[in-house]
Write a protein that binds this ligand. Structure first.
Ligand SMILES: Cc1ncc(COP(=O)(O)O)c(C=O)c1O
Length: 479
């Protein structure tokens, strides 16, 4: 039993409080290296919080190197490794992604993260780009950049988006710290505390985090295989009077759905009638495995209703944190002010290196290789799901993106129960309930698997382990 209490009345989410308190107890020596922690079920009961909150907290502490999960034995305070005391490691926010660290922890097959596989990252080309930029620009590359971003990069962004049908000038492009900051700036530029935002349910977790931090109300709009349902959207607009609709119509995270062109047009008509602004997140657009997806909403928008967020994290690399927001008029000015207040500028060296990489043409071959490899991984995940998921499970066919979205049979264990058992079998995944705004009958039974992060043979093995874990639970409980 841990001696921890949480305060549900403060703004900080419960799982964040839990992370902070466990980290504090480790650094104060109250929790000792090698000490076993309660199971997620025990701790959720003890603290009267959801299992998902505890699972997320443990996962983040594992990602930060403070905890270790040992398949079959449980979760432990990490032992000092290679002379490094894990208690001195920086916070999770400053450490590599969860998938990478979990993957390094021996045999665990990590499907849980949102990062591309390390072997896809163009390390040599970036090395070359950084050297070339420093040689070319010297100290100019190391001082403050314009708040709106490095002009040649903004010009290139405007040009490449013109190819998708988006009409914009470099002036309308604001370089941001990843797509995540583009979303944040748009939300801050447009909404004030207490305003209402609509989004699909399920939706991108980072959006839910932003809404919480910026104290914006969020309501979910149901989805089907083609994205958000327009009848549900019309109802939600009438009921909630939102100021903004956030959408990722292409290779949606977590479901992988792509909204067809007809629905995109109809959606824009509804938004126009309601004078509803749309924040479009298109971070997975280029990661398609067959035909190119339909044009972005921004390219179809005739009334200036769409703000457009994108970036290079999923198709090139996440670590340089280069994303962008396309907006014009007063919203652009407001977003610029927020950016200035947030961090003055996105690091100039990174922007210049990304520009160099993009302009060198290296991106084309890179993207080709990544698409081919991800397609192979997607196909392997589909075949392995067919072979190893229990009868009654269903999953989407992702035409792009990085995720397989599985729904377990609803008369068996939930995804969070399966998560603990799966860890014992040496595999993890993202618990689907995390992506929902409110619990539904189905939300507890979903898993999201990042197939792009694992080589094909580990994908097969990972799904086999998930299937085995499910079977172990089913045998024990007589599901
Ligand atoms: C839909 C979506 N939008 C935005 C982001 C954040 O992207 P970035 O790393 O560029 O900030 C992610 C990352 O997982 C995502 O899935």
């Amino acid at each position: 039993m841990l001696n921890i209490t949480l305060d549900p009345t403060i703004l900080e989410p419960l799982y964040r409080q839990l992370i902070r308190k466990i980290r504090q107890q480790i650094s104060e020596g109250i929790l000792r290296p090698g000490q076993r922690l309660p199971t997620t079920r025990e701790l959720s009961l003890q603290l009267s919080i959801s299992r998902v909150s505890v699972v997320n907290a443990y996962a983040e502490l594992q990602a930060g190197g403070l905890l270790e999960a040992h398949p079959g034995r449980g979760t432990f305070v990490a032992m000092p490794r290679n002379g490094v005391d894990s208690r001195t490691l920086p916070s999770a926010a400053a450490t590599p992604g969860m998938a990478q660290i979990l993957a390094r922890q021996g045999e665990l097959i990590a499907f849980s993260g949102g990062a591309p596989a390390e072997e896809f990252l163009p390390t040599a080309a970036l090395h070359q780009a950084l050297n070339a930029v420093l040689e070319r620009d010297g100290a100019m590359a190391l001082t403050y950049e314009d708040t709106e971003g490095y002009l040649p990069l903004r010009q290139l962004v405007a040009q490449s988006n013109a190819a998708l049908g988006i009409r914009c000038a470099a002036h309308d492009v604001l370089i941001t710290g990843g797509c995540q900051q583009a979303l944040d700036l748009a939300i801050q530029a447009l909404l004030v505390e207490g305003d209402t935002l609509l989004t699909s349910t399920p939706t991108f977790l980072g959006l839910l985090d932003l809404a919480r931090i910026r104290r914006v109300r969020v309501h979910g709009v149901e989805m089907d295989a083609d994205g958000i349902r327009l009848d549900a959207l019309e109802k939600a607009i009438a009921t909630h009077k939102p100021k903004l609709l956030y959408l990722a119509p292409t290779h949606h995270n977590p479901t992988g759905t792509v909204m067809p062109l007809r629905r995109r047009r109809a959606l824009l008509r509804i938004a126009h009638e309601a004078q509803l602004m749309i924040l479009e997140d298109n971070v997975y657009h280029e990661l398609y495995y067959g035909v190119e997806p339909p044009p972005p909403l921004k390219a179809l928008d005739e009334h200036g209703l769409v703000l457009y967020a994108n970036g290079y994290s999923k198709v090139i690399l996440p670590g340089t944190r280069i994303g962008y927001l396309i907006a014009d008029g007063p919203l652009r000015e407001r977003a610029l002010q927020v950016k200035q207040a947030a961090d003055i500028c996105t690091p100039g060296l990174n922007q210049r290196a990304m520009h160099y990489f993009l302009q060198s043409g290296a991106q084309v071959g890179h993207l080709d290789r990544v698409r081919r490899a991800c397609r192979e991984r997607r196909d392997m995940a589909l075949a392995a799901a067919e072979q190893h998921m229990p009868a009654g499970a269903v999953w989407t066919l992702p035409y792009g993106g990085m995720y397989l979205w599985i729904r377990l049979p609803m008369d068996g264990p939930t995804a969070s129960t399966l998560y603990d058992e799966a860890l014992k079998h040496g595999v993890n995944f993202a618990i689907g309930g995390t992506f929902y705004i409110e619990e539904t009958a189905e939300s507890a039974y979903h898993l999201r698997l990042n197939f792009a992060a694992q080589p094909p043979q580990r994908i097969e093995e990972g799904l086999r382990r998930i299937g085995q874990a499910w079977q172990t639970l089913a045998n024990a409980k007589g599901f």
